[in-house]
Design a protein around this ligand. Structure first.
Ligand code: HEC
Length: 211
């Protein structure tokens, strides 16, 4: 019952702001930032990883007002002072090291501006999807992610390990955000929603290919 209510609520929320690419970009950035801000609160990060994570969080917080502008334009809404104020507050919290409050605020924002997960969730665990995901992984991701450069300050993470620590929605957000965010790809997401869903299903439920 609770699940049913949650599902209906989510469907209503996301249809309320469902929109184009820029609306989704803003929501994905918030969702990825939520994951990262919680990761930063946790223990067990190596110092170099922590530095790296901080850099990503700080640049995401910096870019959010710009992404919000894209969101306003696409939604044909006037600049929302309240939202801009909330984004400014993230910068202040981060600058003062109030990381727990930061994570709470980001969670709240991310719930308020949810990603449009139509065509992405629930993850399709069919043989067809797993095969498609596997092919995408082998062709597009494996070269870097299965053989991370040990000398790199930011080695490519193992995507299977990552997938299994994340909820499906978080995984999809990471793929949308991560793939788009790598310098090796363009700013436009090269993968369709179908591709992302297949990849996510494979990373969560499939077996890593043998080298
Ligand atoms: C040219 C090498 C390269 C290719 C190809 C590549 N990646 Fe990456 N990817 C990286 C590196 C390096 C990082 C770590 C970057 C960092 O930490 O700043 C990364 C980070 C990521 C992240 C972010 C992880 C996090 O901690 O937030 C995701 C998700 C991701 N990649 C998914 C993919 C997927 C899916 C593909 C294939 C469709 C792919 N990448 C292809 C090199 C690559």
């Amino acid at each position: 019952m609770a699940v049913a209510i949650l599902l209906v609520a989510t469907a209503v929320c996301s249809s309320a702001i469902a929109g184009g690419e820029r609306t989704q970009r803003f929501a994905v950035e918030l969702a990825v930032l939520a994951i990262r801000s919680h990761r930063l609160l946790g223990t067990g990060l190596a110092p170099a990883q922590r530095v790296r994570l901080r850099a990503k969080i700080s640049s995401a917080i910096g870019v959010l007002p710009l992404l919000a502008r894209g969101y306003f334009e696409e939604q044909r809404r006037a600049n929302d002072r309240q939202l801009l104020g909330q984004l400014r507050r993230l910068q202040v919290l981060y600058a003062h090291g109030h990381l727990a409050a930061l994570a709470t605020d980001i969670d709240r924002l991310s719930q308020h501006y949810p990603m449009d997960t139509r065509g992405l969730l629930p993850l399709p665990a069919t043989p067809l999807a797993l095969n498609a995901g596997r092919a995408l992984y082998k062709n597009l991701c494996m070269a870097c992610h299965a053989y991370p450069d040990p000398r790199s300050p930011a080695p490519a993470p193992d995507l299977f390990t990552m997938a299994r620590t994340l909820a499906p929605q978080q995984l999809v957000a990471s793929l949308l955000g991560g793939v788009r965010g790598t310098p090796s790809t363009t700013l436009v997401d090269p993968l369709s929603n179908q591709n992302i869903a297949d990849l996510a299903a494979y990373l969560k439920g499939g077996v890593a290919p043998k080298p």
